[in-house]
Design a protein around this ligand. Structure first.
Ligand code: B12
Length: 278
């Protein structure tokens, strides 16, 4: 197997090098396992087959079809009648073109709670009202609580900590009509929805139902900002979901607070807040 040397790296001002890459970032990469660029990856999946040699052969065949050369089945465990869980390890031949990767860049500055509070006071002259919920049958509240509850997440306080925000956390398994009604009653500036269960695309279905209901219930100028979050959302899917912003795994409360301040201020006609000196 040959190991391609990264041909170019991102560097500002150098002729012939790819645009958009931070200086020093390689333009082409392969996975790293034991040695640089050896292409080693680990893959886990379940097959609906009883554990045994045939199932292990089937797992290796699948890995080969997925582009893994000489896959090793390093773990096989029966998980109930007729199902086996596998971990397969081996080299892939594919090269990643880093310059072609598309990411959703943060379009707003990160503010401290003090800066966010000051920006809300300046742009709204009242508290920013946030209504949050887990909708549909989803009972996974840890994610939305991480963003909203005062104790927060990853060392950052949740939105309840922000003096200039009023937070209404409706909890789990909230129906879309209940959410719309509460958002209207609270005159919410933003509605924050969490979706963790993605089986049969429940998160997509629930989110599009929710965004359609808000569009029907509110005139465009008075509709609250619609923000959805959860570990398996694609952050670039906001337009398709009919929401203003999508947040994925690892989101912190400070990112959400900063986004809300930026988006609400932009909507109210004020310029987006710049960082305010502490
Ligand atoms: C805890 C847990 C539970 C608890 C939930 C308790 C509670 N009060 O929340 C209980 C035991 C009730 C539970 C039940 C079920 N669970 Co469960 N659960 C988990 C588990 C282990 C952790 C989830 C969690 O708390 N993560 C920590 C939080 C902080 O992370 P997070 O949710 O990603 O949130 C972050 C971001 O995504 C983002 N975010 C999330 N929401 C929002 C919203 C907004 C507005 C914003 C801005 C950001 C944001 O910010 C957060 C902080 O960074 C996961 C597996 C895992 N390791 O993730 C399975 C998991 C989510 N559960 C799963 C399943 C299948 C179920 C059940 C269906 C099991 C069953 N057969 O009964 C039920 C469903 C119950 C229901 N009606 O929803 C599956 C989902 C699979 C899928 N793809 O849909 C998982 C992935 C486990 C698995 N591998 O199979 N579960």
């Amino acid at each position: 197997m040959t190991t391609p040397t990264p041909a170019t790296t991102g560097a500002s001002g150098s002729a012939g090098l790819p645009d958009g890459l931070p200086p020093g970032m390689p333009a082409l990469v392969r996975p790293y396992g034991d040695t640089t660029g050896d292409g080693m990856v680990q893959l886990s999946f379940t097959l609906p087959l009883p554990a045994g040699k045939r199932a292990e052969g089937a797992a290796a065949q699948l890995a080969r079809k997925m582009g893994m050369d000489a896959p090793m089945v390093v773990h096989a465990k029966p998980i109930g009648d007729g199902f086996t869980f596998f971990v397969v390890y081996g080299p892939v031949s594919h090269v990643v073109d880093v310059a072609a990767v598309e990411v959703v860049e943060r379009e707003y500055p990160l503010l401290s709670p003090k800066e966010a509070n000051a920006a809300v006071r300046e742009s709204l002259h009242r508290k920013l009202v946030v209504v949050g919920a887990c909708i549909g049958t989803d009972a996974h509240t840890v994610g939305i609580d991480a963003i909203l509850n005062v104790k927060g997440w990853a060392g950052e306080k949740g939105l309840e900590y922000y003096r200039e925000m009023k937070v209404v956390n409706m909890g789990a398994q909230v129906s879309v009509p209940e959410l719309v009604e509460r958002a209207a009653a609270e005159q919410a500036d933003a509605v924050l929805v969490s979706q963790v269960v993605t089986q049969r695309d429940a998160h997509v279905h629930n989110t599009t139902t929710m965004s359609a209901a808000f569009r029907e219930a509110f005139p465009a100028a008075r509709r609250p900002l619609l923000v959805v979050g959860g570990p398996r959302f694609d952050e670039s899917a906001a337009p398709a979901l009919g929401v203003d912003r999508v947040f994925g795994r690892g989101t912190t409360p400070g990112e959400v607070a900063s986004y809300l301040v930026h988006a609400v201020a932009s909507r109210s006609g004020d310029p987006a807040p710049a960082r305010i000196p502490a």
